[in-house]
Write a protein of this length. Sequence first.
Length: 575
Amino acid sequence: EVVEKCVSIVKELVENSIDASSSEIKIELKEAGIREIKVIDNGIGMDKNDAILAFQRHATSKLYKTDDLFHISSLGFRGEALPSIASVSEVVLKTCQNNIGTLIHIKGGHIVENTKCEARNGTSITVSNLFYNTPARLKHLSSVYSELANVTDYVNKIALSYPNIKFILTNDEKELLNTDGKGNLLKVIHAIYGMDITKKMLQVESSNDDYSVEGYISMPEVNRSSRNYMTTIVNGRVIKNASLNKTINEAYSSFKEDTRYPIVVLKINTDPSLIDVNIHPSKLDIKFSNFEDLKLMIQNMIQTTIRSKLLIPKIEIKEENNKTSENYTLNLERPIIKEDNIEYDTNYQKQLSDMINFKETNENNLEFIQTENIIEDIKDEKDKLPELYPVGLALGTYIVCENEKGIYLIDQHAAQERYHYEQIKETLKERCTQKQPLMVPLRVNVTPDVISQVDAINEKTDFFGLHFEAFGDDQVIIREIPLWFHDVDQEAFLNDLLDYFIKNQDVDMLALRHKVLATMACHSSIRFNRPLSRAEMQQVIDDLKKCKQPYHCPHGRPTVITMSDDELRKEFERG
């Protein structure tokens, strides 16, 4: 086990505490752990002999027989962490079992003290003088802020993995995290991400013969620029599996920007014999049996949940009261839909209410009070988009509409994208076979890496009736085009498509099909800043009403936002 950063030590010590059946774990850092790391738990502890043996290489109490290697249920099992940590630092271990306390003091891997100490339930390990005997490694430690960020990120994720354990994280005596350990995952999400995000998390649950999955996913408008907010947990172990993260992100592909990532906490449980946790030095990745079934189940679960919650985003006036001033901000919040699964929504609302139905005062004495989510019934598919009457065009891009409930803004380009996407998707259900030869081949300038992958690209694009031929070192040509190709900006479309192949080496047909359809829809829709007549505006609205999912374009951007008549009256102080 190679100890490179402070987070490596925190990870191993905390996982040992979890394996020791602790219900409370406290992590105390000094200078982000560079000066000192202390982990205190209330677990089962160790006797004197085990305390000494724990620092011997490959010694572990977590495996009892050879067959246990095929059914690993503990977080640790190699017996390498403690001796590795002790070899590059100074360690003081205090532990207790049967009311007998033991103190072990090790420096650079050598025991310098072995005595009795006060009897306290659990174990306390203090690691100091990190890398004192390996100056090259000490020199390459990151900054205090970077080390603290790594530790905080890990503790947040492990707290999400074990909501039934109370975690307290402090740095230089300043508290960074404190969970209650009562088993409510939503409360842990609130402690880490705050109230605003917690209110926009959706509960998910699914299972098949091999796996069960549960947790929370964010609504599409809640996203980040980094994948780091996607937390996947397998049998209590936090993992980073690129394929699994890709599946989760692609499940959101119709509801958000491709370069943004959702906030997700998914807990996957399975029989230990179906996974291999011993393929990564830090146990951060694992191998799955029947992985394709798991990915398909997760993708369907996420998409079904999101579709059941979509409505027109509401422009909410958010008021924050201060003793000296009043500030008003606009916040786009999507209400929750109550459909056939009434019990699901009720349970979710009750769990959320149990967590946030309280008042608390922050450092600025701002009072936060729970606000009720708007719940509406969808009785019929056509009722999803109300009757709208266009009154004008704002900024050359947004159709301004009204009805008896309030005002609406429609993004003309996004709305047409959604309509064209669904129309083209219906047309291209099967392989495209109708093509038209070109008198003059269509040429596209490309980079050399595209030329080297032409055959692989054609294996995928033949489904859509597109076939590329290399033409020199920097061009590809198309000698015939499918019939649907007349309605798009051909050169822009082909450039976007080829760029997609270069950025995504492992392209599956479902993702490619969505990409092609979305790009086709984009290049055949009304562009920005194009004036529309009243009849054209009405046509955009009528087309949008025909869509099965009218509230997002294929790239995930909203098509419609609204502000109610009551909110307008409030803002203009009409009572």
